[in-house]
Design a binder for this molecule. Sequence first.
Ligand SMILES: CC(C)(COP(=O)(O)OP(=O)(O)OC[C@H]1O[C@@H](n2cnc3c(N)ncnc32)[C@H](O)[C@@H]1OP(=O)(O)O)[C@@H](O)C(=O)NCCC(=O)NCCS
Length: 163
Amino acid sequence: MIELLGKKHNKSDFDCGKELLNSYIQNQAGQDVKRKLSACFILTDDTNEIQGYYTLSNNSIPLNSFPENIRKKLPKSYTSIPATLLGRLAIDIKYQGKGIGKILLIDALKRSYEISKEIGSFAVVVDPIDEDAEKFYEKYGFIKLPDSGKMLIATKTLKELFE
Ligand SMILES: CC(C)(COP(=O)(O)OP(=O)(O)OC[C@H]1O[C@@H](n2cnc3c(N)ncnc32)[C@H](O)[C@@H]1OP(=O)(O)O)[C@@H](O)C(=O)NCCC(=O)NCCS
């Protein structure tokens, strides 16, 4: 089941092989949730083990960081474009390669799409931690923004997927 991070979840044993993502869930996610800086969703079972997690936050992207073909379709009066940040996505090593990353990514995209019906969001943005992560997101249609290292998938594309 996928649910919001709570006190009952066993954060200390989580290991996805990437120290930054381990220490985020172990030491910072709870505080971020409390301060409303992010929402953190957990894939878990009856044992409260964390099999995987992702975070979502409001975000904005400077208009001039979009490639020309997208920028020309956006109003010039906007200096930044509203977006949803999928800040982190990680699966515990024990569960990697079993389709869970895909399940959590689709859950995050579906949730972002639903939210965009009530709070405008042009795209879902990710900031891949390394080349492996980049390849994972590329597989699902994310495109690279020039210069920043960030990648995005347009909400319009999500509409085609989920409607
Ligand atoms: C990257 C990560 C989220 C993928 O999760 P996962 O559960 O192992 O992936 P899945 O089993 O759901 O794989 C889904 C598909 O993506 C592919 N895939 C997985 N990792 C990939 C990678 N690094 N590069 C390219 N494709 C990848 C799989 O081959 C699979 O394709 P298929 O459906 O055609 O067989 C996971 O390995 C992870 O947590 N890594 C460490 C943290 C990390 O790098 N997070 C990235 C975001 S910051």
